[in-house]
Ligand binder design. Structure first.
Ligand SMILES: [Zn+2]
Length: 189
């Protein structure tokens, strides 16, 4: 049961990260195990290139894996896709850490740089850029004014803090987000 709920979690992640079609693809893989992109396109009634594009995105997010095998009849490689066997909480944890790293880099940049803005068009410039443009907006030739980024810094700090505390899989199995949508999946079609 634990394995199955992990797979359900992967299906929901696919839908949340890459949209409806990715969710449908993941659902088919969950039910059928290994499926080629041709079969997926046919079953979903969707263009093969669209299916491949989404599969590649899902692969980038580590939600699916594939096996490649040469089809002797046609001489081409066939790709057999399946859901990842990585635990869902591991994937979430990695995504979370990656996002926090990006936000922290952004925060350091905000804290380290002085900004200017154009009161006419609202464009934001770093001190270096403002200096380069002679403190005039290159788009509207308006004199630039110092920009107070304290609010931006505060929002970034809060977002990082909330993300660090966020753990959707820490709840007990019975009440977790990932068990309730099963009813929709079974009763939906
Ligand atoms: Zn301007």
């Amino acid at each position: 049961m634990i394995v199955s709920s992990d797979e359900e979690a992967i299906v929901i992640l696919a839908k949340k990260i890459h949209g409806q079609l990715a969710g449908k693809i993941a659902e088919i893989l969950r039910k059928r195990g290994e499926v080629t992109d041709d079969e997926l396109a046919e079953q979903l009634g969707v263009n093969i290139n669209t299916v491949r594009k989404i599969l590649n995105q899902m692969f980038e997010s580590r939600l699916v894996k594939y096996r490649r095998a040469r089809d002797e009849k046609i001489g081409w490689y066939k790709y057999f896709w399946r859901l990842t066997d990585e635990p869902a909480h591991q994937l979430l944890e990695d995504r979370k850490r990656k996002t926090i790293r990006i936000l922290e880099r952004r925060l350091r940049q905000e804290e380290a740089t002085e900004y200017f803005y154009c009161p006419k068009c609202g464009r934001k410039y770093t001190l270096d850029e403002a200096d380069m443009y002679g403190y005039m907006c290159p788009h509207c030739e308006e004199v630039l004014e110092p920009y107070d980024n304290e609010k931006d810094i505060l929002i970034l700090r809060k977002t990082i803090e909330r993300l660090q505390q966020y753990n959707p899989l820490s709840m007990p199995q019975s009440t977790t987000d990932f068990t309730s949508p099963r009813e929709n999946v079974d009763g939906g079609e």
